[in-house]
Design a protein around this ligand. Structure first.
Ligand code: NI
Length: 181
């Protein structure tokens, strides 16, 4: 099932998401639907608040962004960011909830994260490069943070009109969206 993707301006995107009850088996189907939704929108990551559920779940599929590494395709449930380190680097980020806008964001290059997969197996892993980048962006979503929160107030002023349009549903996104009330 493909969910509509919540657009910028919806309060669910600014809320800190809640933990999923440990062992909840409904995550299997939910994660499947999230992957279907992300693929239909040609994204590389999607967080639960973006489909209107304020839960600590996100998915990643870095495959379209990899040059030589095998892609990371993974669901992260109740993740805990343990460490972010390494040289900060800039990368142009976009977001399915903010269609048509891309901006450079500076983040640290390596992370260590603990999470459960959809079968409730626990993992602790390190990531770097684009995989770390996508995870950092998605992790922000479950903390109620958007990449536009990092851009300078000058740039944000320039984008104000565009953002206001998105929040009214004026976008040429080629996937189903949910317009904020
Ligand atoms: Ni996003």
């Amino acid at each position: 099932m493909i969910f509509p993707i919540v657009l910028y301006g919806d309060p669910v995107l600014k809320k800190k998401a809640k933990e999923v009850e440990h062992g909840d088996e409904s995550v299997v189907e939910f994660v499947e639907n999230m992957f279907e939704t992300m693929e239909a929108a040609q994204g590389v990551g999607l967080a639960s608040p973006q489909v209107g559920q304020s839960l600590r779940i996100f998915i990643v599929d870095s495959t379209p962004m990899e040059d030589e590494n095998e892609g990371l395709r993974q669901a992260f449930i109740n993740p805990v960011m343990l460490e972010e380190e390494g040289d900060p680097w800039n990368f142009e980020e976009g977001c399915l909830s903010i269609p048509g806008i891309r901006e450079d964001v500076e983040r640290k290059s390596r992370i260590r994260i603990k999470y459960f997969d959809e079968n409730w197996e626990e993992h602790e892993r390190e990531f770097e490069g684009v995989q770390a980048r996508i995870i950092q962006h998605e992790y922000d979503h479950i903390e109620g943070v958007l990449f536009t929160d990092y851009i300078s107030s000058f740039k944000k002023r320039l984008l104000k009109g565009k953002l206001a349009k998105i929040s009214k549903g004026e976008t040429d996104a080629e996937y189903r969206v949910k317009i904020p009330k």
